[in-house]
Design a protein around this ligand. Structure first.
Ligand code: EPU
Length: 337
């Protein structure tokens, strides 16, 4: 383990923002993590996983701990299911492909999401009709103040739409070190009803899709809409899709009858923020090196040398314009640091 000073985080956040960490250390095991936390008890700490869901708007005046724990294994199985454990630092998409290669079902719709396994429960990542909470079994986490390990069960995580206990009561108190998923060994539940998956599969002439077929379809759809962070800095959806009371929505909808929406409960609807942002005129726009992606208005991009402040300013402009036009507040999904 090497403690580095004034270390650029450009390659450690998918937005590619060139912010500096006052101090930086990568840890490769639970024991190393324990040692670093103990030896630096008095310092302000900042925990960094895959850096795929944050916007750095300033240098980090803290000890940045990069969780780089690797390894994955089967921990239990019965006739129908397998429990697979992955360490927090494994790349999410590589882990998903590994499960599919072994014909374990449940993660295929979550193919090609950037980031590491350890951060997936934090915001309950989701795409194409699946969320992590559908297969999550439990996770292990180290309490920062005591270095004690704790297992969080599914119910303790309080999962919601891009939400969990790790963004609420447990925020900044724990470091997730590994996650266990319960996956199917047979009778896989193939979910193709969301959005473009069926169309993509029929394009490929697939009538009875396997896990791999679904994964390939999701990969093709994501590639067509979402920029690859290696080519164009971004953090996926910058905003959450807003949830609006039906009573308010009906008034808004009367003025904008073409507005898309999905029912989420008897009293609430979800409105696609991408649609609102596109209608507000931002899709594909560029302001210096900060911009809004041309194929998916929910994604803000860094064309090269944008600062976090510049991207933040664009996001505020979008929020304000959307609010003025529709009376709907859209909230950031990424963590603004
Ligand atoms: N739309 C537009 N214009 C746009 C983008 C979208 O009109 O520029 C409309 C689409 O036509 C569609 C609707 O908005 O009717 C929904 O679009 P899409 O299916 O692309 O999904 P989304 O709601 O914009 C969410 C997730 C994505 C996830 C996709 C697919 C959130 C905040 N985002 O986006 O997650 O990949 O569904 O399941 O819930 C992420 O969280 O980083 C992410 C990429």
């Amino acid at each position: 383990m090497e403690l580095l000073q004034n270390f650029s985080l450009k390659n450690y956040n998918t937005f590619g923002i060139d912010a500096l960490a006052k101090e930086f250390i990568a840890v490769h095991s639970v024991n190393e993590l324990k040692t670093v936390l103990k030896e630096n008890a008095s310092k302000t700490k900042f925990i960094l996983g895959g850096g795929s869901n944050m916007l750095l708007t300033k240098d980090i005046d803290a000890l940045v701990i990069h969780v780089d724990l690797k390894g994955k294994k089967i921990v239990r199985e019965d006739e129908n299911h397998v429990w697979v454990e992955s360490q927090a630092g494994e790349n999410w998409h590589e882990f998903v492909l590994w499960t599919i290669d072994q014909n374990f079902g449940g993660l295929e719709n979550l193919s090609l999401i950037p980031g590491n396994v350890g951060t997936t429960p934090v915001q309950n990542i989701g795409a194409y009709g699946t969320e992590i909470k559908d297969t999550f079994d439990s996770c292990q986490a180290m309490e920062i103040s005591t270095q004690k390990m704790k297992t969080f069960s599914h119910s303790e995580c309080n999962f919601g739409y891009r939400e969990s206990i790790f963004k609420q009561e447990a925020k900044d108190q724990y470091i997730i070190t590994s996650v266990v998923f319960k996956l199917t060994k047979k009778n896989h539940i193939i979910k193709t009803s969301y959005g473009d998956i069926i169309a993509e599969l029929s394009n490929q002439n697939v009538a009875e899709p396997t896990l791999k077929d679904v994964s390939n379809a999701v990969i093709a759809i994501r590639k067509s809409k979402l920029p690859d962070p290696k080519e164009l800095g971004n953090s996926g959806s910058f905003f959450k899709n807003p949830i609006v009371l039906k009573s308010d929505f009906e008034k808004i909808h009367a003025n904008f009858p073409e507005m898309k929406f999905y029912e989420v409960s008897a009293t609430e609807v979800k409105v696609p923020a991408g649609w609102l942002i596109e209608q507000a005129g931002f899709k594909g726009k560029r302001f210096g090196d900060a911009g809004i992606h041309k194929n998916q208005a929910l994604v803000l991009v860094n064309y090269g040398n944008a600062t976090g402040q510049e991207i933040l300013a664009v996001s505020k402009d979008i929020q304000q314009t959307v609010f003025e036009k529709f009376g709907i507040h859209i909230e950031a999904e990424v963590n603004v640091i």
